[in-house]
Ligand binder design. Structure first.
Ligand SMILES: NC(=O)c1ccc[n+]([C@@H]2O[C@H](COP(=O)([O-])OP(=O)(O)OC[C@H]3O[C@@H](n4cnc5c(N)ncnc54)[C@H](OP(=O)(O)O)[C@@H]3O)[C@@H](O)[C@H]2O)c1
Length: 352
């Protein structure tokens, strides 16, 4: 495994991060109709990743494992599973990121980025994870009802207390990221991370957020690097049983357009020609873009089996030529992602 500096910070991370938004589902559902998490396979995946050199693991307080937008009844499960999996490893060998913002309880302060909510949730996350600190604590979407300065001052206190080492944002407006960076510097808060969607067919961040990351030396954690599985070729002949699209409707509306499926067929042919899997080609493209752009971009891979994990880690050995990059550029232009059915939009805060 190769390790790189995360942006301009001194933190060293593996070139791929393991993400725990989705975990392998069991076929059995709970009393709310939600698929139960296959904890044994989840723990096998996390341990295997660590044993293969992945030191970077991403989760969130809200994550369940089989729900995209978990309710507060299901929230917390992914952190608990991670806590079980890392028992027995030296905590200092790992870089763990988690997030705060989503609803964790029905009461008024049960969500958000207020000082009160953050101080409650860091304690809860640490309890679920079974650890003393979080390496990167991310603001999981903006909270327009809390002044951003209150949030950043509260995060600074967590850093001073040793509960958090670094902080980051996810899906904030570029103007707000700039303000967050500047305010953080003024209070000596180590703001180092952006977590943003990025893959061959969803490249919005190339316009504004990648230039910002470059300007400020921030590292990017690229989420949905395989467009939730669409870039693995698994949907070329329908929707396989228990695949993510079989229980998450949004994938069908957002990605499975005739244009994207056509692009994915060409993508599949190109991968075959190169003797790699579709997933490896898609991840290798992001790693190559990171080099070209001169910005740390770490794909956060989500997997539901050890076999998928091993397949995806194979991308680290794939080197793409300029010619292949040009062909991928054409394929990227052919795809049509339905932005109008995106699950959320960037909210602009009233930062000065
Ligand atoms: N900050 C945010 O708001 C945010 C939002 C989304 C995600 N994230 C982070 O990003 C991480 C990754 O997101 P993601 O899970 O959507 O990533 P992804 O890599 O785009 O999609 C992962 C899914 O693709 C399928 N897959 C992966 N590798 C495969 C392979 N080799 N062969 C066949 N199928 C394969 C699996 O789905 P099935 O097997 O179930 O079909 C897997 O769960 C999350 O875990 C989370 O940490 C953050």
């Amino acid at each position: 495994m190769e390790y790189v500096r995360f942006g301009n910070s001194g933190l060293k991370v593996s070139k791929l991060c393991l993400g725990l938004w989705h975990l392998p589902p069991l076929k059995e559902r709970d009393i709310y109709g939600v698929y139960k998490v296959d904890e044994e396979e989840s723990i096998r995946i996390i341990k295997k990743a660590i044993d293969l050199g992945v030191n970077f693991i991403d989760t969130a307080n809200i994550y369940h494992g089989t729900m995209q937008g978990p309710d507060y009844i299901h929230a917390g499960k992914a952190e608990e599973v991670l806590g079980k999996a890392i028992r027995g490893y030296d905590r200092e060998s790992l870089v763990i990121s988690t997030k705060v913002r989503g609803r964790m309880a029905p009461w008024p302060n049960g969500e958000g980025l207020s000082r009160k909510h953050i101080r409650w949730q860091i304690r809860e996350s640490l309890r679920r994870l079974g650890t003393d600190y979080v390496d990167i604590y991310l603001m999981h979407r903006p909270d327009p009802s809390t002044p951003i300065e209150e949030t950043l001052d509260a995060l600074k206190d967590l850093v001073t207390q040793g509960l958090v080492h670094y902080v980051g944002e996810s899906y904030f407006h570029p103007d707000d990221i700039q303000y967050i960076y500047e305010y953080s510097r003024s209070i000596h808060l180590p703001f180092i991370a952006m977590q943003e969607p990025y893959n061959l067919i969803e490249r919005d961040i190339e316009k504004d957020k990648i230039p910002l990351a470059k300007k400020y030396g921030l590292g990017i954690m690229a989420y949905i690097p395989l467009a939730q599985g669409v870039l693995t070729g698994k949907y070329l002949n329908g929707i396989p049983e228990m695949s993510r699209a079989s229980y998450v409707d949004e994938i069908r509306w957002r990605y499975l357009t005739p244009e994207t499926l056509k692009a994915m067929r060409e993508f599949h042919e190109l991968a075959k020609e190169l003797g790699v899997t579709d997933a490896q080609l898609a991840l290798a493209w992001i790693l190559r873009k990171s080099e070209e752009l001169g910005v740390t971009i770490i794909p956060i891979i989500g997997v539901t089996s050890v076999a998928q994990l091993e397949d995806n880690l194979g991308s680290l050995d794939v080197k793409l030529s300029g010619d292949v990059m040009s062909r991928l550029e054409e394929i990227s232009r052919m795809a049509k992602v339905n932005w109008e059915v995106r699950y959320d939009r960037v909210i602009k805060l009233n930062s000065p």
